[in-house]
Design a protein around this ligand. Sequence first.
Ligand code: HEM
Ligand code: HEM
Length: 433
Amino acid sequence: MRDEHKGSAISDAKCASIGPGADTAQAAQRTARNSMAYDALLDDPYPFYKELRQSAPVHYSAGRGAWMISRFDDISRIEASDALSHGARCDALFAGLSEEIRNRLPTVCKVVPNHLGHLDSTAHTKHRKLMQAATARPVITALKPMVEAKCKARLEALNLTQDVDLIGDFAKPLPFEVLVAAMGLDHRWPLEDVEGWTRNMLGDFALATMSTDELDRKERAVGALSSIFGQLLSDNHGTSDSLIIRALKKAMIKQGLGLDAAICTAIQCLTGGYESLRHAVSVGLHTALNHPQWTATQMQSGGLSVEAVDELMRYDCVVQKLSRTVSKPVTLSDVKVPKGANVHLLPGSGNRDPERFANPDTLDLRNGSVAHFAFGAGPHYCPGAGLARMLVQVALTALLNHDIYSYIRTEDAQWDRDERHRGIARWPVQVQQ
Ligand code: HEM
Ligand code: HEM
């Protein structure tokens, strides 16, 4: 066995600033101290990943309290093994809540532990069947015209006589409008309210340390989404059901799962892509613009293929860190990772591993013959991947064919400072008349 600390060229400060999510005060301090290096890492983490893969592929970061796993084969092997638990962190969070907090959060305590990302083994497999029905291929195919129409309307609404923010005016609102329509939410539930509840639900998870006001807001947000989907899913007439609600109604009967499980799945359909979809559009566009020749070749038939979208997502992916707890000891690249350890899998690093991809740092459709990690791997592989690929394909094709294309400059993109999700926060475009 190799001692993972000896001979490692990777400073812990560097590791500490990659991937996190735990968002501790300590991490914030480290972040401030290393802010320039940190910003550079977030803008382009790939050179750092290369260093990690070469000199410390299974590295314990004391700052993070977690093992960083950077090689494709290690990520792939551990994801396919039974040595990981998804639920442990979420279970610990809920088990540690006081009686008083639990009583304040009845809906949160009922719904959130049943999210797929928080479940393991049999319970996970069972609940996932509902999600698979909701995101099945025919559902996605049937949704495509609606996505095209929403995309066209968004582009037509851009006011090209003044400056545009590609994120605020397009990449951010479009996916949520699509998700809301796909779930069959109509004017009864104003979009701003639904978005506010979604943001709150996906926001801070530190339930144990929240003020009573924050807890009440969290309960109201989860309660509101549960109540909406409860109404839609128990409406026996359901003549105006969306395809997804219809699929969920059928699947809950077939799988013998109750209304609560279907409500929880519906919430995940609405919220699961909230951040990732907008980032996938912006990061995909950034990569496409940085590779004009490749993009022009892909656009020869008028639009991007799904394979081209997939390669864009391999090359620069949105989800940069996946957290797990090791449920039994596992050996990766000759390093033994103990039971109970936290691991951070780094999909962006695996996706650029030369041991796996012939041309990892080049956009090349031949790389696509190997599965990549932009949507995870193993039993928790993203169930929304088909929907996501279709939306990104429609949105990028429309942008690349639109007048605004010639004014977009990659150097104006302002990267988001969120370490778990790689994305662009603002992207001003000056339209010259
Ligand atoms: C009040 C709401 C929620 C709470 C308290 C919560 C809690 C947690 C916790 C504690 C973890 C482990 C994170 C870590 O170890 O760093 C987690 C992971 C996860 N959660 Fe949630 N969650 C909530 C809402 C959601 C929603 C709405 C979704 C939507 C689908 C979701 C999907 C996931 C996924 C996919 C993971 C695994 C991510 C990863 O490996 O990094 N969660 N959640
Ligand atoms: C480009 C957009 C998207 C990206 C990059 C993305 C990425 C991912 C990744 C990497 C995972 C694996 C998490 C893990 O293993 O811990 C995941 C899981 C998940 N995603 Fe997505 N996702 C996207 C869109 C969506 C959409 C549109 C939905 C909703 C339909 C969705 C719902 C989920 C759910 C429910 C899980 C948890 C699955 C499970 O644990 O079994 N995602 N996603």
